[in-house]
Design a protein around this ligand. Structure first.
Ligand code: IMP
Length: 537
């Protein structure tokens, strides 16, 4: 079966009918793809000739969405950074708006420029660029105390950010109380891990039950009454479990960040809570960043002087409905999150919808254990003497790619690249093309296992279905593909300089998923990115 046939189906969105058949009855199709790439050298990468873009005539020029296509931590911050540079290079562009439309402090985006390295949580990436304005939009859950600390950390390194940050007046507010609720929820659910501790799930839950606060509640003149009532309600709730709210330990993210280990503090009394809130309110008002972003977006949809970048956080695999439920986050991490957050831009307005994935492996943090995971001890020194080849490979990946959490340094789980998950996420998550990261995480003599499909207990091929319940009952089928010299990748300046097996690996993923891979990163530096033909990356 020809590649173009598959891709044209994808491009026309008439469905991947053929593609879907190929996924349901994959054995022959995998052989064909392997034969085409590894035996016949058909290594098409990037946008195929003749494929048409959907909705091309309707899109808002210079608009890009960057979305996590796996389970988070794919390197989105890095791709955002590259894309900002690309947008600024377009003649006539006077600036770029970077819009965070989901999540909150649970995100950890690392950005680098020259000697400056920043670990961002709530701030949109791009603060390192003079021409970027970052919008923390209505789809986010924002903790103002943590925001202030983040702004101060960034300003200590890059200077004043006044005028460069916008916070939506209707963004969901997270306070110490929602963080305390998350701690209680962990006990109620009997799950030690669960969420990240940033109060994300309770904050979004209270959006739905209408008990939560938003940024304009903090700015309002009657803020004190609202926050007092909020505290009192929480106190009653905790008392019902025999707990004293003031004594509940919540994460102290400032100390956690500086000490690189989990540090906590107590919620404190209502008076303490209100006086802390008053200080934060004064700070927020003094920064003059709270705006009606709906009106801003209405202007931006027509103002082509600006590039627009929608920065996703977390990933489609962590989406509350489309992801690994119950171990998922709570905001809309797919492309529709842009609509619900901005209330102006719909998916078809956005020109480039880029899914980011890790090329040679996948990482995951949380309680979830997926069938593609390679079991590893927390501390790599505890790796057993009889560790399997896969465990040695996963340990090497964790160490080499530094797969430890941005804030706490918590080790991440290492999984094999999961093509069914990747393809599913792209299909339902509104992705059009893929950008891969970490192409340099490979070794010459070390084959790479890739999950091509799943089988049930009777050995029947089953399609990927989101949710841990379904994932627990399937067995992944792996193909082993040849590795390559990661150091050579790190040196490569263009596709011709990449090791042949790296190109073949990418081409195989492109054929299997049906989504064009338009770029791959070859190392941590901004310049270490190779764009593939046919797409104006
Ligand atoms: P929450 O978003 O804090 O409620 O966490 C729920 C789940 O999502 C946990 O498994 C987290 O580890 C995961 N999660 C949330 N944000 C991220 C992220 O930015 N990267 C990776 N995992 C995340």
């Amino acid at each position: 079966m020809g590649y173009i046939v598959i891709f044209m189906n994808h491009a026309e969105r008439s469905l991947p009918r053929i593609q879907q058949e190929r996924w349901l009855f994959p054995d022959q199709a995998i052989k064909e793809d392997y034969q085409a790439v590894y035996k016949e050298g058909n290594t098409l990468l990037g946008w195929p000739d003749g494929a048409t873009r959907i909705f091309e005539h309707l899109v808002r020029e210079k608009s890009v969405a960057i979305i996590g296509a796996e389970l988070g931590d794919e390197g989105k911050g890095r791709i955002v950074d590259n894309k900002i540079e690309g947008l600024l290079d377009i003649p006539g562009t006077i600036g770029v708006y970077v819009v965070r439309y989901c999540g909150g402090g649970n995100a950890g985006h690392s950005v680098e420029k020259e000697d400056i390295k920043l670990a961002l949580h709530q701030l949109p990436s791009g603060v390192l660029y003079a021409e970027v304005i970052g919008i923390m939009d209505a789809g986010m859950a924002v903790h103002v105390g943590n925001l202030r600390e983040e702004v101060e950390m960034v300003e200590a390194k890059v200077g004043d950010t006044r005028g460069k940050l916008v916070l939506a007046e209707n963004a969901i507010l997270t306070t110490d109380l929602e963080e305390a609720e998350e701690i209680l929820n962990r006990v109620l659910q009997g799950r030690a891990k669960g969420g990240t501790g940033y109060g994300i799930a309770p904050s979004y839950a209270h959006r739905l039950d209408r008990l939560g606060l938003s940024v304009d509640d903090l700015i309002a003149n009657d803020w004190e009454k609202k926050f007092k009532d909020h505290y009192d309600r929480y106190e009653l709730y905790f008392r019902a479990f025999g707990l004293n709210l003031a004594d509940i330990e919540i994460p102290d993210f400032k100390e956690t960040n500086s000490q690189k280990r989990a540090v906590s503090r107590t919620v404190g009394s209502r008076e303490e809570f209100l006086s802390r809130t008053a200080v934060l309110r004064d700070w927020l008002i003094s920064r003059d960043m709270v705006k009606n972003t709906f009106l801003l977006h209405q202007g931006l949809i027509r103002d082509l002087r600006y590039g627009l970048l929608f920065e996703g956080s977390q990933a489609i695999g962590l989406h509350p409905y489309l992801g690994t439920y119950p171990d998922v986050t709570s905001s809309d991490t797919s492309i529709t999150g842009i609509t619900t957050s901005t209330k102006v831009f719909k998916p078809s307005d956005i020109r480039d919808r880029i899914g980011v994935f890790k090329i040679t492996y996948t990482s995951s943090v949380g309680a979830r254990h997926l069938p593609t995971e390679v079991p590893l001890p927390k501390n790599l020194n505890d790796l057993p003497a009889d560790a399997s080849t896969q465990q040695l490979w996963a340990a090497w990946v964790r160490k080499t790619a530094h797969e430890y959490g941005t804030t706490t340094g918590r080790p991440r789980d290492i999984l094999r690249l999961d093509l069914p998950l990747l393809q599913y996420n792209c299909n339902v998550g509104g992705i059009e093309v893929l950008a891969g990261t970490h192409l340099d995480i490979a070794q010459e003599d070390q084959p790479i296992q890739v999950c091509t499909h799943y089988r049930d207990s009777a050995g029947k091929t089953v399609s990927y279905q989101p949710g841990l319940k379904y994932q627990e009952n399937v067995t992944p089928v792996f193909i082993e593909l040849p590795g390559w010299d990661g150091q050579a990748v790190a040196q490569a300046k263009n596709v011709d300089e990449l090791p042949e097996n790296a190109v073949k690996f990418l081409a195989f993923i492109q054929r299997r998923t049906g989504f064009p891979i338009i770029a791959a990163t070859t190392g941590p530096a901004r310049k270490q990115l190779i764009a593939f033909p046919g797409y104006n990356y």
